[in-house]
Each structure stands twice: as structure tokens, then as C-alpha cells.
Ligand binder design. Structure first.
Ligand code: NAD
Length: 368
């Protein structure tokens, strides 16, 4: 079998700093676990604009389509704020998502015990939390036509269309159910079937997919507004939450904040299977390029390292190695190692980005 391939796109701001730590983990896997990847690197976002005048060069796009998984750092920064909309750094990331047709966005919300006090909720509400939000990413309100601001009866009217086809709902539902099978086998689908026709269709199709292919998974339905309430009231009741683009945007940010710092949150965006059976995939931390701390060794690399763990689990079927990395991050936190975003008490001394990466490597080595 050929060596699996990875394309690393560090991007801007703290992107290159955190991706350097991911590279260390990749090298560790090669030397200590004999798991090798063919790794290439390219530019995206502002870095690509600086070199090519566009936020994603066509050659980079072609490479992203050809590899088994893309690992992205972050894009954007004040230097690029005044660029034309179409060449802003964020357009590079949007182009990747669109052209790779990454329709399922996976956002885990996991609360490491050592960080439970970071949440705005009570310790016992979030401690041990481990849920996964699957958000549809390429359709719904953010893409439906017609859209725009129009003139009607002498006033402006803003229109966005909440549109879903059966096949769009079906493919993301399948992703959600397959994921639930690898976890606690429970899926809660959230929409507004009570007031939206598209929500009604969503519920119908999810129910049909469940009945036809996944009736071993426990399925429940919830209106998205109740879902938001339940997420902050008793988040541990959920395993996988399946929802559309608009509600998923809001619910996943809400769930993210249950866990504390942005520097801890990974994500995956998956598309249809390629010829080798692996899904098209892009893994990235939830955070942005953090220009306020870029270049100072203050960034927490955990979100990017945990995103790589997701790549091992979802692209390469290496769940054991993914769990090993997650446990290493957890044990480092339990030992009190903290980057500056995770400091709680005055007088605590933060470690640098690179020291955090080294501590995770040490924990990995201890796990052998
Ligand atoms: P941000 O996520 O970059 O930063 C928000 C806050 O969190 C900052 O105070 C930052 O220092 C802190 N932070 C973020 N990641 C951290 C980490 N790993 N370790 C420690 N602290 C961390 O969001 P922002 O400030 O709103 O945006 C900055 C730039 O990033 C903008 O140009 C924005 O468009 C872009 N952005 C990119 C992405 C992406 O690449 N996917 C996502 C969000 C924002």
C-alpha cells in the first residue's frame, strides 16, 4: 500500500507556529511507531497572497485534491484587512472547503478534567463532557438562492434562502450516523421542523436514513432552540448532534465555550469518499490566526495537534494512535503544564508553544 499523504498549509499568524508542533508529532509517529506519511507543505491565506497575489494558488488547490488529508493552521490578519473581498485570506479557506465539497463539519466539544474550571458553567456540568457536533457545511441558509438585498414596494428587503435537497440531508446524516457508531451510538438531530418546511424535510430524511441503514443507532430529534438550551443546561446528555449549516454554526460555538479555551478546540471537515475509500478531508483548529500573540511563542498548539489526531481517526483509521495523542494532551494538562491562554492563577508561569509541543511528545513517549 502507498504511504498516506498529507498537505500542510500553515497559513498566517500563529498558524506556522502551531503547525511546527504538529510536524513534531508526525515525526514522532514515524520514529517511535513506524507510521509514516508523505508530507508536503504549501501556502494559503495571506502567505499565499504575499507570494502569488491570490489566497490559494491553483497548484495548491490541485495538491489539496490529490492528498489523503489537508492539515491547515489558520488564515488572516490585520495586514490583509483592506484587501478586496475576493482575495482576502479567508477566501483561500472557503475555496478549499467548496472545491473539495467538504459537507460534514465535525466539531468535538470535549472538556478535559484539568480544564473544567475554565468553563463558564459549573464543574460538574462540564467535567468529562465529550460530544460531537456534525454541522452541514456546504448548503442551507448561507448558500441558498435567491439571496441578496432587493427593492420591494419602495423599501429594501434582505433575502437568504434556507434550502436543502434530500440528497444533501442524506449524505450528512450518513456521516453523522457512521460517526455515532464509532462513539456512544446515539445521535440527536436538531432543526426547526415545527416552523420550517426545510426543517420538516430534514427530520423526515434523517428518519428514513436511520430506518434504512442505521437502526442500531439510537436516534432522537430536538428543535434547535431547545437544543441550545439543553446544551448549556445538561450537555452530557448528548453524544452526536446532527444539524444544518445555520443552526450548526451557532450550536457548535455554544458547545465550544463549554470547554474553556479556543486553543484546545480541533475540527474536521469531511467530504465524499475518494477512490481509496478515504473521505476528502481538511483538519484545522477552530481558532484563527491570533495576530495579537503571533510570533511570540504564546500560542497553544493543542487544537492543531488534536486536529491531527482527528485525521488519524477519520482519514487513516488509526483510532488507537488518535486516542494516544488525546491522552497525551490530557496528561500534560493534568500535570499542570499551561500555555498562557490556560493560566488561571496569578504567578503561574506559562510554557511556550514549543515547550507545550515537547511536553506532549514526552507524554507520548511515556505512553509506549
Ligand atoms: P482568533 O481565534 O484568531 O483569536 C481570538 C482570541 O483567542 C485572541 O485573543 C487569540 O490570542 C486567542 N487565541 C486563538 N487561538 C489561540 C491559541 N491557539 N493559543 C492561545 N490563544 C489563542 O480570532 P480573531 O482574533 O477574531 O481573528 C484573527 C484573525 O483570524 C482574523 O483575520 C480572522 O479573520 C481570522 N480567523 C481565521 C480562522 C481560520 O483560519 N479558520 C478562524 C477564525 C478567524
Amino acid at each position: 500500500m502507498s504511504i498516506p499523504s498529507l498537505l500542510i498549509l500553515p497559513g498566517d499568524g500563529i498558524g506556522p507556529e502551531v503547525m511546527a508542533e504538529v510536524r513534531k508529532v508526525i515525526s514522532w509517529l514515524s520514529t517511535e511507531r513506524s507510521i509514516s506519511f508523505e508530507v508536503s507543505e504549501d501556502s494559503v491565506g495571506g502567505a499565499a497572497y504575499d507570494t502569488h497575489g491570490v489566497p490559494l494558488h491553483d497548484d495548491t488547490m490541485a495538491k489539496a485534491q490529490a492528498v489523503d488529508a489537508v492539515l491547515l493552521g489558520a488564515v488572516g490578519g490585520p495586514k490583509y484587512d483592506n484587501l478586496d473581498f475576493n482575495i482576502k485570506p479567508e477566501r483561500g479557506l472557503l475555496r478549499l472547503r467548496k472545491e473539495m465539497d467538504l459537507f460534514a463539519n465535525l466539531r468535538p466539544a470535549q472538556c478535559f478534567d484539568a480544564l473544567a474550571d475554565f468553563s463558564s458553567l459549573k464543574h460538574n456540568v462540564v467535567s468529562g463532557l465529550d460530544i460531537m457536533i456534525v454541522r452541514e457545511l456546504t448548503s442551507g441558509s448561507y448558500f441558498g438562492e435567491p439571496r441578496g438585498i432587493f427593492k420591494e414596494n419602495n423599501e429594501r428587503v434582505g433575502i437568504n434562502t434556507h434550502r436543502y435537497t434530500e440528497s444533501e440531508i442524506e449524505r450528512v446524516a450518513r456521516s453523522g450516523f457512521e460517526l455515532a457508531r464509532k462513539r456512544d451510538n446515539r445521535l440527536c438531530s436538531m432543526e426547526k421542523a415545527n416552523v420550517m418546511e426545510a426543517g420538516g424535510l430534514w427530520r423526515e430524511v434523517v428518519t428514513e436514513v436511520h430506518k434504512a441503514h442505521f437502526d442500531d443507532v439510537e436516534l432522537s430529534h430536538m428543535y434547535a432552540d431547545n437544543g441550545a438550551m439543553q446544551l448549556v443546561r445538561a450537555p452530557k446528555q448528548f453524544d452526536v448532534i446532527l444539524t444544518d449549516n445555520l443552526f450548526g454554526d451557532i450550536l457548535s460555538d455554544c458547545a465550544a465555550m463549554l470547554t474553556g479555551s479556543l486553543g484546545m478546540l480541533p475540527s474536521a471537515s469531511l467530504g465524499s469518499p475518494m477512490e481509496n475509500g478515504r473521505p476528502k478531508a481538511l483538519y484545522e483548529p477552530v481558532h484563527g490566526s491570533a495576530p495579537d500573540i503571533a510570533g511570540q511563542g504564546k500560542a497553544n498548539p493543542s487544537a492543531s495537534i488534536l486536529s491531527f489526531a482527528m485525521a488519524l481517526r477519520y482519514s487513516f483509521d488509526m483510532g488507537n494512535e488518535a486516542s494516544r495523542i488525546e491522552s497525551a494532551v490530557e496528561s500534560v494538562l493534568a500535570d499542570g503544564v499551561r500555555t498562557s491562554d490556560l493560566l488561571q492563577a496569578k504567578g503561574e508561569k506559562p510554557v511556550t508553544t514549543s515547550e507545550m509541543g515537547d511536553a506532549i511528545l514526552e507524554a507520548l513517549t511515556k505512553s509506549l
